[in-house]
Design a protein around this ligand. Structure first.
Ligand SMILES: Cc1cc2nc3c(=O)[nH]c(=O)nc-3n(C[C@H](O)[C@H](O)[C@H](O)COP(=O)(O)OP(=O)(O)OC[C@H]3O[C@@H](n4cnc5c(N)ncnc54)[C@H](O)[C@@H]3O)c2cc1C
Length: 584
């Protein structure tokens, strides 16, 4: 999660024409739907921004953070090109914890090799960023374990990995420049993270480093197709997936070299260890206190989620060989092991999305990218493309990082102020077995199947009418694969306020969904042991409604907390009323 802008909307400098256009922008100038919960009142961020300000981003009136970064890179280009090499080159790892197919790392290595100087790698642990971005302890643990593998792999190439805890997130830029001075580095490379805080930090770094004679390069590597490449015929960004996806496939078919891998870094000069001995002795620290896991959980997760890029690539190969063919049939069945479960690796960057698409395309029957939803590989690549799609949404509509829904007209829904209901949802005790199974899977593993994410999210937003942003936050705080763009996209879809053309009156019926996607009840039985003895196909989804009240009661399983038909009616009315109050 990222920050709302601190500047006040100052329009005094505008020409009268721009001012006139600005005044025509829709949206109230006061915040709309502040909630009573903690969802917006975070230590690091101000309150929800106004719809007017949000519209300033989507209309292009206010410079988007990605545009500010691109402008900074452009305006400093000549200066950065003139920077001559000194004693070392730095690559700053963030969400790209791998040496294989890593564009920023490759460019850093090439720069170092050109001048025959060492490459130094670093990772800065920012406890405040973990807090501000709601990073789950299980994800922090996974990151640290991945860093251990990375450190080992880099050491084989005589490349040191410096890992340091920077207590104040604001100090990161100054500490980075200080380290460059200590190491005699005049070139720094990193891959771009597209959340607003990170884009703003990197924009400031590009300029500040330039001022100090250091070239700071931020490279597009996260997505297979860089955000901004795909627009409609009039050059406007797209926010409907299907047409966007067709362009995504066409673009990659026309530019196949975009999928070419970036070579691993070259071996450092032999004497690097003598020049920087301390860096090779650097230990990977423990998780910050606020993100500690118990000893028991750490042991559990290290078995459940083996770390490192080798594991990630093995998992990818196994999936492509064994399960990709059947993906289109198995992907929606939570008990079927039908998906890749690669999301933790894609989120940590132990695997590049480019690698995944390239290998999946090569393994596919026709070796082309298509939007064929009936073929396993194409369908899978299409799901992976959602990651690019939601990143592109984040770039063009950055206000989604500022607690606003993508569809601003959904800012005025009146949510239920019921913490007891929220707790039942988080505890997996709603009385709807499929929802409870999903929430318990999350609590136990840090992961939830995609279909279950949709069902659990829809239940919170529509059946309980609880502010979807509370659910978004809960997921981030517990997912090992927590990723702002994908999580926000998923919640926007489920609460009908995101990039989905379906109107709000599509409301999942948890019992029908359960019956359809967990037909035999295997997933429920696994995660809700209170119901494990119910063998009846209907009873497992709805024990109190289908004659199994006694079993459920005896085993302490709760009654359904709401009546779905009634909550559906309430949601329809509330959404309609909210739209009626729209100021977007
Ligand atoms: C409410 C909600 C919250 C979500 N939060 C996250 C999140 O924080 N992080 C995250 O990575 N995904 C999120 N998703 C998307 C999706 O649920 C997961 O990516 C998927 O379940 C991961 O399992 P997998 O690796 O087996 O996926 P596969 O089906 O094997 O897909 C392969 C990869 O494609 C990407 N992908 C697949 N579906 C989606 C999607 N709908 N949106 C974006 N990327 C997708 C993922 O990187 C995934 O690993 C969310 C979805 C919903 C509905």
């Amino acid at each position: 999660m990222t920050t709302a802008p601190k500047r006040k909307a100052d329009v005094s400098f505008l020409t009268s024409e721009r001012k006139r256009l600005h005044d025509m922008l829709p949206g109230s100038t006061s915040p709309t739907n502040e909630t009573k919960y903690d969802v917006l009142l975070r230590k690091y961020y101000p309150l929800e921004i106004t719809n007017r300000r949000a519209n300033e981003y989507s209309s292009g009136y206010r410079e988007r953070p990605i545009e500010a970064l691109e402008r900074a890179l452009l305006e400093t280009q000549a200066q950065r090109d003139r920077v001559s090499a000194a004693e070392s080159v730095v690559h700053w790892f963030k969400c790209d914890i791998r040496i294989t197919d890593n564009k920023g790392l490759y460019l850093a290595s090439a720069e170092a090799e050109k001048h025959r100087i060492p490459l130094i790698c670093m990772y800065l642990i920012s406890p405040q960023d973990f807090e501000a971005h709601l990073t789950a302890p299980v994800r922090v643990d996974f990151i640290l374990r991945n860093l251990r593998v990375l450190k080992h792999d880099l050491a084989q190439l005589k490349i040191p990995l410096h890992v340091e805890v920077v207590d104040k997130r604001r100090s990161i830029p100054s500490r980075l420049m200080e380290l460059c001075n200590i190491w005699g580095a005049k070139h720094v490379f990193c891959n771009i993270e597209y959340e607003v805080d990170e884009l703003r930090r990197e924009t400031a770094l590009v300029r500040a480093c330039s001022g100090q004679g250091i070239s700071f390069s931020a490279i597009a590597d996260r997505c297979v197709v860089e955000p901004g490449r795909l627009t409609n015929s009039s050059g406007a960004p797209l926010r409907v997936y299907s047409p966007w996806h067709r362009r995504w496939c066409a673009y990659l078919n026309q530019h196949p070299s975009e999928l070419d891998p970036f070579p691993v870094p070259k071996m450092n000069p032999a004497n690097t260890g003598d020049t920087y001995p301390d860096l090779f002795r650097c230990e990977i620290p423990q998780a910050p206190r606020s993100k500690w896991l118990s000893e028991q959980d750490r042991a559990k997760f290290s078995v459940m989620w083996p770390a490192g890029e080798h594991e990630a690539r093995d998992r990818l190969s196994r999936f492509l060989q064994e399960r990709a063919d059947e993906y289109q049939n198995a992907r929606n069945i939570p008990s079927a092991n039908g998906t890749s479960v690669l999301s933790p690796h894609l989120a940590a960057g132990t695997l590049a999305a480019r690698t995944v698409v390239r290998e999946a395309r090569e393994a596919s029957p026709n070796q082309k990218l298509t939007d064929d939803r009936k073929q396993g590989h194409s369908r899978w690549i299409g799901e992976l493309a959602f990651r690019d799609f939601y990143t592109s949404i984040l770039c063009y509509w950055p206000y989604i990082c500022m607690n606003k829904p993508l569809k601003l007209e959904y800012s005025n829904i009146e949510w239920e102020d019921n913490m007891d209901h929220f707790k039942k949802w988080t505890d997996g005790r709603t009385g709807f077995p499929i929802v409870d199974a999903a929430m318990r899977q999350l609590a136990h593993t840090g992961y939830m199947h995609n279909r279950c994410r949709m069902m659990a999210a829809s239940f919170l937003a529509k059946d309980l009418l609880i502010d979807w942003r509370m659910g978004e936050k809960w997921f981030m705080e517990h997912l090992i694969d927590g990723d702002f763009a994908s999580n926000n996209g998923g919640w926007g879809f489920s609460a009908s306020c995101g990039a989905d053309p379906q109107p709000y009156f599509r409301i999942f019926n948890p019992l029908l969904q359960s019956d359809k996607f967990d037909a035999q009840g295997d997933y429920i039985r696994k995660w809700v042991p209170e119901l494990a003895d119910i063998q009846d196909r209907k009873g497992i989804h709805d024990p109190y409604g289908q004659g199994y009240a006694r079993v459920a009661e005896t085993n302490g399983y709760p009654k359904p907390m709401v009546d779905h038909q009634q909550s559906r009616e309430r949601a329809l009315l509330r959404y309609k009323a909210g739209l009626g109050r729209s100021t977007a």
